[in-house]
Design a protein around this ligand. Structure first.
Ligand code: NAP
Length: 249
């Protein structure tokens, strides 16, 4: 894989203001891509842009709440007007609203589904036609091992990520004839703001169940994205790549 094998590629990473999304954006830029980085807040991706400044590709910030169809539509129009194409789409934006099922509110269920499942649906809708017309593209959905195994206290989140797996496989089948691959990356426990909220004693227990003996880093997920976007990943579609240090094997 040449270090700049993504030169001339245009990528979109949703939820790139921090954590896994930021690491993915940085890695894509390091491999030469032009990367549109989104956050729900104006200025939310400033630190990400600074992390990408060394190139050789470049990062551009955009504001978009992926659960809002109007905002996603405007993002699509703006991006395609500005760049004329999209080669790599990474649906990374995601949230948790954890709680035991008996106390889980409808609002917490709906919010998580709106961001984690409806969001990727809307973003795929905004760009898949262009990718299909170009007869090439890579869609990477960031799921979770929780979508495969379920997790007490995360019924909403697990349902959203299991749904994302169904969306991934269906879209992979629909777009394969147009040479667009669609895959799911399922991270295990990755050290980001999202997992920083987990109490220390719970984290210690989780660590014991990770055969590789460490929590994942955002860069571990970024490496999987780079692989699936490379020529080496061109014959892989509709698959789930679990990146969890062996936690769920
Ligand atoms: P994080 O640090 O909390 O970052 C979440 C990102 O999503 C932020 O950039 C946030 O942007 C963005 N976001 C949230 N709601 C959004 C919305 N409605 N529209 C657009 N962007 C939105 O999370 P992370 O740990 O990096 O997780 C990234 C992805 O990996 C998520 O899909 C998550 O479910 C998945 N994942 C994480 C882990 C883990 O252990 N960390 C494990 C499995 C899967 P702003 O706040 O700036 O708007």
């Amino acid at each position: 894989m040449s270090p700049t094998h993504l030169q001339n590629k245009v990528a979109l990473v949703t939820g790139a203001s921090r954590g896994i999304g930021r690491a993915i954006a940085v890695a894509l830029v390091q491999h030469g891509a032009t990367v549109v980085c989104t956050s729900t807040k104006a200025g939310g991706c400033e630190d990400t842009l600074a992390c990408c400044a060394a190139g050789p590709g470049k990062a551009i910030a955009a504001v978009c709440d992926v659960s809002d169809s109007e905002q996603v539509e405007s993002l699509g129009k703006w991006l395609l007007d500005a760049h004329g194409r999209l080669d790599i789409l990474v649906n990374n934006a995601g949230i948790t609203r954890d709680g035991v099922f008996l106390r889980m509110s409808e609002e917490d269920f709906d919010q998580v589904l709106a961001t984690n499942l409806r969001g990727p649906f809307l973003v795929c809708k905004a760009f898949s036609r262009t990718m299909a017309k170009a007869r090439g593209g890579r869609i990477l959905n960031i799921g979770s091992v929780v979508g495969l195994t379920g997790n007490a206290g995360q019924a909403n989140y697990a349902a959203s990520k299991a749904g994302l797996l169904g969306l991934t496989k269906s879209l992979a089948k629909e777009l394969s004839g147009r040479n667009v691959t669609v895959n799911l990356i399922a991270p295990g426990f990755i050290a980001t703001d999202m997992t920083a909220q987990i109490p220390e004693e719970l984290r210690a227990g989780m660590l014991k169940n990770i055969p590789l003996g460490r929590f994942g880093q955002p860069e571990d997920i970024a490496a999987a994205v780079i692989f699936l976007c490379s020529d080496a990943g061109s014959y892989i579609t509709g698959q789930t790549l679990v990146v969890d240090g062996g936690m769920t094997m």
